[in-house]
Design a protein around this ligand. Structure first.
Ligand code: GLN
Length: 194
């Protein structure tokens, strides 16, 4: 089975580990840069990206993570998507610059702070249920970034190469398609190395 790390500094990591287990992968909680070694892929969960950054700025963790995402499939959800981006607004903060998207943090306003919405998706099957919690908005996608689902006009699920990002929390809806898509991406990346 695939061994998938779940960044476990803060936030919604437990629920991701459960979904991975349901899908037959082996989740490994990642709390140190050393624990990135030997993983087939990584999920960076939702939570508070500023808090995660604080932990990442110790012991070379940020640099180790940047090296990992440049090489191995990585899926960022919400705060994790903010970490993957090339630029972050409201407020500006450091990011990995791995996925060519611009994001605005907490962009959906007070009344829409949290919402459960449904959207058509280019993934097979029924519309996708999406749980948004103080979600960022993807305000720009670079060339080569594919949009797989939208909220109104805003991309909310995007993919580029072996990187996947969602501004919602797929681990909190019963729909496992997004995690399955990520595991397929991990398998594909291993085939192309052989
Ligand atoms: N508002 C959070 C941030 O800016 C993200 C929210 C989430 O991950 N659910 O990091």
């Amino acid at each position: 089975p695939l061994t998938i790390g779940v960044l476990a500094l803060q936030g919604a990591f437990e629920a991701h580990a459960r979904v991975l287990q349901n899908l037959g992968a082996t989740p490994k909680l990642v709390r140190t840069p050393e624990q990135l070694e030997g993983l087939d892929g990584l999920i960076m969960p939702g939570g508070e990206s500023t808090t995660m950054l604080k932990s990442l700025e110790r012991g070379g963790f940020f640099e180790a993570l940047a090296a990992f995402v440049a090489e191995k499939p990585t899926f960022g959800t919400c705060a994790g998507a903010i970490l993957l981006a090339t630029d972050v607004a409201h407020s500006t903060q450091k990011c990995l610059g791995a996925l060519d998207i611009s994001v605005e943090r907490n962009a959906y306003g007070r009344q829409n702070e949290s919402a459960i919405l449904s959207s058509e998706t280019s993934m097979p099957g029924a519309p996708l249920e999406m749980v948004f919690i103080r979600a960022p908005r993807i305000s720009r996608v670079g060339p080569g970034v594919e949009t797989l689902a939208k909220r109104g006009d805003d991309p909310v699920l995007v993919r580029s190469g072996s990187l996947l990002a969602a501004t919602f929390h797929p681990e909190l809806s019963g729909d496992e398609r997004v995690h399955r898509l990520f595991l397929d991406m991990v398998e594909d990346s291993q085939r192309s190395y052989r």
